[in-house]
Design a protein around this ligand. Structure first.
Ligand code: PFF
Length: 443
């Protein structure tokens, strides 16, 4: 495939579903609901919406514009518009994809294991012990490898035959599953306590800047921003696609699924009286408390639990595909490798890099922190500067295929000033020691 004409999506719908597939994943189901519960419920949801619309959406459109305009993968897209000086940033993007996939696939491997075990023998009521066995060691590594093999398989088949087809098939199924589970959760006795916990607004929590930092990190992770994934997907697009509209649809779908996932998780946990188990770890809520809830629900729980884990695995797979595609397409464009060679060799390298995360959930958590709070937010900062100030004609590119693009004036202004200023602030806040933070929180 290397050297031939650039691959293309066969339909706009295929592109949009693949991009939503990238966005919707473990971040929506694994992290969002927990962050909301911890940071003041509906208050956090409102803050998150604001950050997504004012910071995430402009960066998403910037990535789409950069990708479609250059028709290249991240490193070449940056050098195409900015010269060789920008090559290191492209390398950071590709490394971020490498690193994130290495631990993301470990978590997806846990989900795979839970799902298969539930089909075979149901859920174990000793959920905490079970999690200990599943989450680390050779077992975790084995399922991580299996999940990576699926991801490589799809990516090696190519943009339209692999990624697009998979997304067209799996994404509608994922929507149906998540909505169906939310409807089922609403019928449980005691569900209302879960809604109250999730959605009661406690604005006092927002006084800490930590909530802002969490909202920003989550918005970038959830929308797959800051490392060129959306850029890469847009590089396979033709000029007739309305990018501003696509960006709104992708962000809207991502927020909706995250929100609905919370309407699944909390009613189930509270209906079974497991609220005390919503432990201090994000991993806990999903991989310990929920399986325990499914175990207590008996036969119905087994069916519901299998469906839940299927949704989780599907979300994780379509996201992992986009992470691998960043690395693969960059290697194809940069080194002239074939898709097959790049997919297989890089897949093996990423699988090996995931070994430490498969061995220790602490290492996994630490890598996740670095990736999320530094690489993605830093990448978003650099991207907004690049498209806002360096790239020639971003508005013209965004206008191609968009009959009416009403918000372009504010888009460029946001990208030039507000977005980098906001991200710089969050990055600095994250870097300063906690004592200063307490002082900063007073203001
Ligand atoms: N957006 C994915 C999620 O919410 O699970 C994670 C992700 C995928 C992050 C692709 C970054 C990326 F490039």
């Amino acid at each position: 495939m290397a050297g031939g004409p650039r691959e293309q999506w066969t339909s706009r719908r295929g592109f949009v579903l693949a991009a939503i597939g990238s966005a919707v994943g473990l971040g929506n189901m694994w992290r969002f609901s927990y962050l909301a519960a911890e940071n003041g419920g509906a208050a956090f949801v409102i803050l998150y919406l604001a950050v997504t619309l004012l910071v995430g959406l402009p960066v998403l459109l910037a990535e789409l514009v950069l990708g479609r305009g250059s028709q290249k993968s991240p490193i070449q897209a940056l050098t195409h518009y900015g010269g060789r000086l920008w090559k290191p940033l492209g390398l950071v993007f590709v490394s971020a994809g490498f690193l994130i996939l290495s631990y993301y696939a470990v978590i997806a491997g846990w989900a795979l294991r839970y799902g298969l075990a539930a089909i075979a023998s149901g859920f174990d009521p000793n959920a905490a012990e079970r999690f200990g066995e599943v989450a680390s060691g050779w077992d975790a590594f084995g399922y991580h490898l299996a999940f990576m093999a699926f991801t490589v398989f799809v990516v090696v088949r190519g943009v339209s035959r692999g990624i697009e087809r998979t997304s067209m098939l799996l994404m509608p199924m994922l929507f149906a599953l998540v909505v169906g589970l939310a409807v089922y959760a609403a019928t449980l006795d005691g569900a209302s306590a879960g809604y109250t916990y999730y959605l009661a607004a406690d604005f006092s929590k927002l006084r800490s800047l930590d909530a802002l930092k969490d909202a920003a990190g989550q918005a970038f992770f959830s929308l797959s921003l800051g490392m060129g994934a959306m850029l890469t997907f847009a590089s396979y697009l033709g000029r007739d696609v309305n990018l501003p509209r696509a960006s709104v649809i992708i962000a809207g779908a991502d927020i909706s699924i995250a929100f609905i996932a919370g309407l699944v998780v909390f009613p189930m946990i509270f209906a079974l009286g497991l609220s005390a188990d919503v432990s201090a770890s994000t991993v806990g809520a999903l991989f310990i408390t929920l399986p325990k809830a499914f175990a207590e629900m008996g036969c119905v729980g087994r069916v519901v639990g299998v469906l839940f884990f299927v949704a989780l695995i599907v979300g994780a797979l379509t996201s992992a595909i986009s992470l691998l595609e960043v690395v693969v397409s960059s290697t194809m464009d940069g080194l002239g490798w074939s898709r097959r060679r790049a997919g297989v060799l890089l897949g093996i390298a990423i699988a090996a890099l995931g070994a430490p995360s498969a061995w220790s959930t602490e290492i996994l958590g630490a890598v996740d922190q670095v990736a999320n709070n530094i690489l993605l937010l830093g990448g978003g900062f650099a991207l907004s500067i690049f498209v806002g100030w360096v790239m020639a004609g971003p508005i013209e590119e965004a206008r191609e295929g968009a009959a009416s693009f009403a918000w372009f004036g504010s888009w460029r202004t946001l990208l030039r000033y507000a977005v980098p200023a906001f991200l710089f602030f969050v990055l600095v806040y994250d870097a300063i020691p906690s004592t200063f933070r307490t002082i900063a929180d007073l203001f």
